[in-house]
Design a protein around this ligand. Structure first.
Ligand code: KIV
Length: 281
């Protein structure tokens, strides 16, 4: 809390100094209610381009647009008071040149009020990260399995096994040297994630990586168990909200069909006051 009673939001520099300190807690959110739920528990809330697959039913993140990221970013902004908000640059919005990346990153920052952007890529994106950081845009990098490169990888498999570990280690070093304030390590072997975390001077945020990472991130909908058909090894399901929701929907449908809903307490008398007309009364 500040002297005015307002909560001070966590900034990218606050995250950067947490290297080697207490673990950094991160989750995704795409909507205002989800942002309100996660805000007080998380250091970073990511408006990930996973929104395309999770909320819009797309088969990959490749067709997620700037307009989608801005719409969900604005919604999340309205639900956050404390957590550091990061928004993904979608596929095609930054790879062409540092100038293109700056234009779109600045648009995301200005229109959503996010504190930082995230982009995928290691050594190939180092120049772009340097360009954005020098112009006042904090960048979270993302290496290892980068889902926007699904076609180049031929799927969503683990990256950096065996000799390929050198590439991931070089990517990590490149984004750290370019000025990223943190880096997501996705789906890389545990010993490699541990080694990279020890070797670079910015926080690593793991997903399918290692408990030794400086922080962890999961997609909120995955860890809440909202999907029955998506159960990757790296997601721990902390609830089974998909099953609970389906049971609730089935109960509602049954009660409507049996005319047991609405019950007397859910309907209004003829003699009531205007207080009856409120949203919740
Ligand atoms: O888009 C996303 O949600 C992400 C996280 C899973 C790291 O990039």
């Amino acid at each position: 809390m500040s002297a005015t009673g307002a909560t001070k939001a966590i900034s990218p520099p606050d995250i950067a100094v947490r290297k080697g300190d207490t673990p950094i807690v991160c989750l995704t959110a795409y909507t205002t209610p989800a942002a309100r739920l996660v805000d007080s528990h998380c250091d970073i809330v990511l408006v990930g381009d996973s929104v395309g697959m999770v909320l819009h039913g797309l088969s990959s993140t490749l067709s997620v647009t700037m307009d989608m990221m801005i719409m969900h970013g604005k919604a999340v902004r309205r639900g956050l008071k404390r957590a550091c908000m990061v928004v993904d640059l979608p596929f095609g919005s930054y790879e062409e040149s540092p100038e293109q990346a700056f234009r779109n990153a600045a648009r995301l920052c200005a229109q959503t009020g996010c504190a930082a952007v995230k982009l995928e890529g290691g050594q190939s994106m180092a120049e772009t990260i340097r360009f954005l950081v020098a112009r006042g845009i904090p960048v979270m990098a993302h290496i290892g399995l980068t889902p926007q490169a699904v076609n180049a990888f031929g799927g969503y498999g683990v990256q950096g096994r065996g000799d390929d570990g050198k590439r991931i280690a070089q990517d990590a070093l490149a984004v750290a040297e370019a000025g990223a304030f943190s880096v997501v390590l996705e789906k890389v072997p545990e010993p490699l994630a541990r080694r990279v975390t020890a070797e670079i001077n910015i926080p690593t945020i793991g997903i399918g990586a290692s408990p030794a990472c400086d922080g962890q991130i999961l997609v909120l909908d995955d860890m809440l168990g909202l999907f029955s058909d998506f159960r990757p090894r790296f997601v721990k399901r902390y609830a089974e909200l998909g099953e609970a929701s389906e049971a609730a929907i089935a109960a509602y449908a049954r009660e409507v069909r049996e005319r047991r809903f609405p019950a007397p307490e859910h309907v209004f008398s003829d003699a009531g006051t205007s207080a009856d007309g409120g949203k919740t009364a």
